[in-house]
Ligand binder design. Structure first.
Ligand code: ZN
Length: 372
């Protein structure tokens, strides 16, 4: 049965720009100015995903919408006024470095508010029953942003802003956030670290970003103790490791928590050709993970599931992974075949690494009290 899937998108969100960078390196000194691609967090990755959805015919099967920008009131539920003032002032002045790896250009403040607004609208559509599930192509991304510090290309905490708005407007109760962006979801973790009503789970490449961070010992504090789980995976992990971590840790943790809504911080940078990480997922990995959370949402919370776009920097490949996610959400299959699936599949880790990673996942599950 085809599901009603809403897709929130606005071309303006692709107009956010950083100052001149090559990959993530500010130009100058030994860093030659870039030829064309510029900063890694390029709009093309996202635009090409939307374009592939268009040309494959998938967009026509979805409910495509834009949304109003988040209001100051919405932002203030998560971010302090002094941070927002500093962000707006730098954006109005033409841009610059707002935080740690967080370059902005002119107008980035308004565009970031729109990005958060798209995530808010996606949550809204699902909670009101207007859609069975929803995807927000939010840009700039949000999961590294702390309440008062921009970080890792993120300037506003899109997902917490959307959750807090839904709590204020709809009296939403428990929410689970699954972050499968290859980098650690440190912003979401920090914002909800002492909150028992929001379960945060991050699957990430061990030690990648924030640099050196692993996180299995960080389980939340005070009332939030136990509602934060980190699943660091070895560099080079592939399809099997992610699915095993989902099956043994993420899904049982969701079942234990019983959320009213599941939100996925949907980064694609664990794909096998991403320039900013070293993992080996292909489009079917993202398809399978989406299926697992979709089925769990159907079982636990009337299918209420929202995915919010985060990272993913392989311009040519992210669209195929994103299309697979959208196909799985909507139950519409297009004719598109992933041209890199077999190439990445042939590079999956050897048996010895898979065994080691499997043991580590089992240990983590046990540590989290989830070993069945
Ligand atoms: Zn990332």
């Amino acid at each position: 049965m085809t599901r009603r899937t809403a897709f929130f998108f606005d071309e303006l969100s692709l107009w956010h720009s950083a100052s001149q960078h090559a990959l993530i390196l500010p130009v100058g000194g030994w860093v030659q100015p870039p030829s064309a691609a510029g900063h890694a967090e390029s709009p093309e990755t996202k635009r090409r995903m939307k374009n592939l959805m268009d040309v494959s015919g998938l967009t026509r099967q979805l409910h495509l919408q834009s949304a109003p920008a988040a209001s100051e009131e919405d932002l203030l539920r998560v971010h302090p006024a002094h941070y927002l003032e500093r962000f707006k002032a730098l954006s109005d002045a033409g841009g610059g470095e707002l935080g740690d790896h967080a370059p902005i250009g002119p107008g980035s403040y308004e565009i970031a508010k729109l990005s958060a607004g798209l995530a808010m609208a996606a949550v809204d559509a699902v909670l009101k029953g207007e859609a069975d599930n929803a995807y927000s192509l939010s840009r700039p991304p949000g999961h590294h942003c702390l309440a008062d510090q921009a970080m890792g290309f993120c300037f506003l905490a899109n997902i917490p802003i959307a959750i807090e708005a839904a709590k204020a407007r709809h009296g939403l109760g428990k929410v689970a956030v699954i972050d499968w962006d290859v980098h650690h979801g440190n912003g979401t973790q920090a914002i909800y670290y002492n909150r028992p009503d929001v379960l945060t789970i991050s699957l990430h490449q061990d030690g990648c970003f924030p640099p050196g961070y692993s996180g299995t010992e960080d389980r939340g504090e005070d009332a939030g103790l136990g509602s934060n789980l980190n699943i660091p995976l070895l560099p080079g992990s592939g399809h099997a490791a992610y699915l095993e971590a989902m099956e043994r840790i993420v899904i049982p943790a969701l079942e234990r928590f019983e959320p009213e809504l599941i939100v996925v911080a949907c980064g694609y940078d664990a794909n096998g050709v991403d320039p900013l990480a070293r993992m080996l997922l292909h489009s079917d990995s993202f398809r399978s993970m989406t299926r697992m959370v979709r089925e769990t949402a159907e079982h636990l919370c009337q299918g209420r599931l929202v995915l919010v776009h985060e990272g993913g920097y392989a311009e040519a490949y992210v669209p195929f992974c994103g299309l697979a996610v959208m196909e799985e959400l909507s139950d519409v299959r297009t004719e598109v075949q992933d041209p890199l699936r077999d190439f990445i599949d042939l590079q999956q880790p050897c048996e010895a690494q898979r065994k080691l990673q499997g043991e580590l996942i089992q240990q983590m599950a046990k540590g989290f009290g989830l070993a069945g």
